[in-house]
Design a protein around this ligand. Structure first.
Ligand SMILES: [Zn+2]
Length: 261
């Protein structure tokens, strides 16, 4: 989709990952977010005839950085951006730039920058990039779900998700996996907020074609339907039997971890 002179290309990778190629049409400069694999990125950049200036990494997991080395081997001037935390841990391959909350990372020379939002929880170094109304949030927020807590605490994840939830409803969520159908089934089968009409509608749409790609997602829809953004609603309090928002979230996350579709 093209908006404000920027086009975002969705590149499916591995089993269910998404890589995002962000192109500034005026400058013909591009950035790739979370290249799991190098070959599809190199092919698309070559096909479009644009200059790849940077890799933006949301976190260090292999299915998000697996293509870094090969891309840098092909284009040595590409900057590899990741959090300062992951830079200290030396766990993002070929990382050259370290960013923290509030930093601006440019799309290319003289181009607008994306704002860095620190969202620890899935990992401690997890980072989001906000470019205009486009959010690149890796494995923190998914369609109807959120990432597992591999390194952070529930309180940390709630604080991170609260930052994302505070963004405008029209924000487009570009996450790292297509998990929407799986998460919709979890909510439906475990009876979360059975009166949530908007979730029932979206679940019915997904059920009609479980193979459809749903990302990018509209943040306003996630606020209304995603249980992992609804830790302070009566419905989630009733479902978890907890009252404290962090305990509600922690219970939801724990039950999801145990659930298998
Ligand atoms: Zn991950």
């Amino acid at each position: 989709m093209t908006m404000g002179g920027v086009t975002v290309h969705r590149l499916p990778a591995l089993q269910d990952n998404y890589m995002w190629l962000v192109v500034d049409e005026r400058l013909r400069a591009a950035v790739v977010v979370d290249p799991s694999e190098a070959a599809p990125v190199i092919a698309k950049v070559t096909e479009l005839g644009v200059t790849l200036t940077a890799i933006w990494c949301t976190h260090h997991h292999h299915d998000h950085v697996g293509g870094n080395q090969e891309i840098v081997a092909r284009w040595p001037n590409v900057a590899v951006i990741g959090s300062a935390h992951d830079g200290d841990a030396r766990r993002i391959p070929a990382q050259t730039g370290r960013v923290s909350e509030g930093d601006l990372v440019p799309l290319g020379p003289q181009a607008d920058g994306a704002r860095v939002i620190a969202i620890p929880g899935h990992t401690l170094g997890h980072t989001a990039y906000l470019l205009g109304d486009r959010l690149f949030c890796g494995d923190t927020l998914f369609g109807g779900g959120c990432g597992r807590l591999f390194e952070g605490t529930p309180a940390m994840m709630v604080a991170s998700l609260a930052k994302l939830r505070a963004l405008p409803d029209d924000t487009l969520v570009h996450c790292g996996h297509e998990y929407t159908w799986h998460n919709a089934r979890f909510a439906a089968e475990t009876g979360i907020e059975p009166d949530n009409a908007r979730r029932r509608e979206s679940h019915a749409r997904l059920a009609a074609d479980p193979s459809q790609r749903t990302v990018p997602l509209r943040l306003g829809d996630e606020k209304a339907t995603n249980p992992f953004l609804r830790w302070d609603t009566p419905g989630l309090a009733a479902w978890t039997g907890k009252r404290d928002p962090v305990e509600i979230f922690a219970e939801l996350r724990a039950r999801k971890d145990r659930w298998r579709a």
